[in-house]
Design a protein around this ligand. Structure first.
Ligand SMILES: Nc1ncnc2c1ncn2[C@@H]1O[C@H](COP(=O)(O)OP(=O)(O)O)[C@@H](O)[C@H]1O
Ligand SMILES: [Mg+2]
Length: 309
């Protein structure tokens, strides 16, 4: 059963397609990572799915509800934390949490318990009496994310929730989210940080320039690209090495400075032998040579780069 199903979903501004005919299927009870560089269309997609802006094309079904026909019905069942900071300057941290629960008609006793739970979970106990205006950016962000957990929901949308958080708060938030998902919550999580998506998400979609360019589990992404290695060769004399290596099959030349050349390949052993042969037959001395697995970060960058080409 899918929590989110979108088909050919689009949003254009004039003739610019911010979201370009995307298809999405997000299973219930999972964390779905929506990953992409700045300006890729993550926030726009999230605003579409949460019915904050209307699409210019396509269909979407959220929690079994036709979200274009019945946006209000959808909004009652979801939580949304936008990228934009939002807080009440004059309220204390604990009052802000409580008031947010009140807005959602959460019963007083339940609110009281939840405020205590969230103050601890988001490391806000020491600043519970402080006014939001007097908090740091990271503290405000923690309050903003925490308050969303004051109400019950089936599906939560988080737009880059860890931006501005220090590493320990970041890890704390990711682990809190993981716990909530164990209890049955589904999360749609946007980030431009691959590591975060890898740590947290069951499935990852990569978006670039409004188009989805890959959908996979982190494990599958690694399977597909994990065999890929980066070979770095440092030769002693400036030479046009790219043209010498250009004919090697299954070998992508990534960078060539004249003396240092970096290539990527999923058949690194064969490619390495070919390279060494070519270097030897051209009397080129090697200063240094290394072969390292391509990191997921590089995979991400190269998937995005290829989609730009
Ligand atoms: N209201 C708008 N009017 C015109 N262009 C917009 C509007 N909102 C977003 N865009 C453009 O759409 C693209 C995607 O933006 P956004 O969804 O915010 O990207 P991301 O969240 O991935 O950084 C960007 O080029 C942005 O400038
Ligand atoms: Mg954004």
């Amino acid at each position: 059963m899918y929590c989110i199903e979108a088909r050919l979903l689009s949003k254009s501004y004039g003739n610019f397609m911010a979201v370009d005919n995307i298809d999405l299927q997000v299973p219930s009870g999972k964390i779905f990572g929506f990953l992409g560089p700045n300006g890729a269309g993550k926030t726009t997609t999230m605003k579409l799915l949460t019915t904050l802006i209307p699409p210019t094309g396509g269909q979407m079904n959220i929690l079994g509800i036709d979200a274009i026909k019945s946006p209000l019905e959808v909004r009652k069942k979801i939580g949304v934390v936008l990228q934009q900071p939002s807080y009440e300057p004059t309220l204390s941290v604990e009052k802000a949490l409580d008031k947010y629960g009140m807005m959602w008609n959460v019963e007083k006793n339940i609110r009281k318990d939840r405020v205590e739970e969230l103050l601890v979970a988001f490391d806000l106990v020491d600043i519970r009496k402080k006014k939001n205006d007097d908090l740091s950016i990271g503290q405000r962000r923690r309050v903003q994310v925490a308050r969303e957990f004051m109400h019950d929901m089936e599906l939560l949308f988080l737009d880059e929730p860890t931006v501005g958080l220090d590493p320990s708060a970041r890890r704390g938030l990711l682990d809190f989210i993981k716990g909530k998902v164990k209890d049955g919550l589904t999360i749609f999580f946007t980030t431009h940080i691959l590591e975060e998506a890898e740590y947290l998400c069951d499935d990852i979609a990569i978006i670039n320039k409004g188009k989805i360019i890959a959908v996979d589990t982190p494990g599958e992404l690694k399977n597909k690209f994990g065999k890929e290695k980066t070979i770095k060769i440092h030769i002693s004399e400036q030479k046009d090495i790219s043209s010498l290596l250009a004919g090697i099959p299954e070998c992508t030349i990534e960078h060539d400075s004249g003396v240092i050349i970096t290539v990527r390949s999923s058949h690194s052993e064969q490619v390495l032998q070919d390279i060494l042969k070519i270097l030897a037959s051209n009397d080129m001395a090697v200063e240094d040579l290394s072969v390292v697995p391509t990191s997921l970060e590089e995979i991400f960058l190269s998937v995005v780069k290829n989609s730009n080409a």
